[in-house]
Design a protein. Sequence first.
Length: 354
Amino acid sequence: MSRTASLGQVARGAHRPAYFITKTKKRAKSSTEVSLNFPKSWVVPLSPLAYEMEARALAWLREGGVIHDAAGEEKFEKLAVAEYANWPFPTAPAEQAEVLTKFLALWIFYDDVIEEADDGQQERIYEAIAGRPETCPEGNAHLRCWWELGRAYARRMSPDWLERHARRFADWVRSVREESRAAAQFRKSGLYPNAAKHLERRALNIGMMPNIDFIEYQNGRELPESLLCDADMKQLAYLAAEVVAIINDIFGYAKDRRLNWCNLVSCLAQEFQISLEESFRWVADMHNARVRAIGLLEEKLLQKSYDRELLRGWLQGLRHVMYGFARWHAMAPRYSAVHEVAEDRLLRIRIRDF
C-alpha cells in the first residue's frame, strides 16, 4: 500500500467512532544464532599498522591506475582493506605489512576482472608474482602492480618460495575459471552442485594457499621442504582452506543468493532437503569440526622432529589467518552477519572464543 493511499483511507474514516478504527502492528521477527568457534589461543587484535597501510594501499592503487573512477573508490571503501589484510597478518613489520595490504587489495580487484573474462596475461602475471623479470613488463595496470609487489617480496624470500607462491597463485587463477563455469551451469539448470563438490572447489578458489605462503614472509623465516611435504602439514593447510571457504560462504550467503552464485548453505539445503536455518547450523558445525581437527593435527606435527620454535611460530600465524579472515567477514560491508532464514525469522552469525 502506498503512503498516499494509506493517508487517504485514514482521512475517509476519520468520522467513524474509534472502535471502528484498527491499527495493524507489524509482527517482530524472531531470531536465532549460530556460532563459529575459535580457541582463545587463536584470538588476536587488529594490527596497529592497519589504517596507515590501508591509506598507502589506496594511494598506490590510484597511482598505478587500478582505481581510476568513482566505482573503484566505492569498491575499495566497501572492502574494509585495513581489516582484510591486517587482521590475518597482525604481526607483520611495517615493510611486510605494506606489501601484504597492497597485495590483498589488488587481489580482490583482479579477482573481479578474471571472473568476467580471461585477461590473457596469466603467463606474464605468473612471472611477475615469482619476482621476475627485473624490468617492469608492458601490460595493463594489474600486471604492473603485480610486478612491483613481486620485486618487493623477492628481496626477502628464496627462489624456491617465490616459485611455490607463483605456482599456487596460478592454481587459484585456474580455479576461479572453474567456479565461474559452475555458476553458469547453476544459472542454466537451477540445480546446485552437491555440497562436497562445492566445498572442494571453494577450498581451491578461496585463495588460501597463496595466503599461507605469506605467513613465512610475515615471520621472516621459511619452512624446510621436508615440513612442506609432510602429509599432516598438507592436510592441515587443506583444512585451513576449507575453514576460510566455509567462513566466506556463511557470511556471503545473501550476496551469493542475490548474484545467483553457488553457496554451501544453499547446496546443503537442496541436497538434503533441510530448512535454511538448519543448513546454516550444519555449515557452522562443519567449521567448528575443522577447527577442532586442526588442533589435533598441530599436536601431531609438533611431536615430530621438526624445529619446534619455527613450527610453533608458523602455526600461530596460520591460526591468525583463519581468525583474522573470520573477523573481517563479520564486519566488512560486502558480507552480512545476519540473514533472513524465513519470512519472520532472522539468523545471526557470531564469532565465539572458547
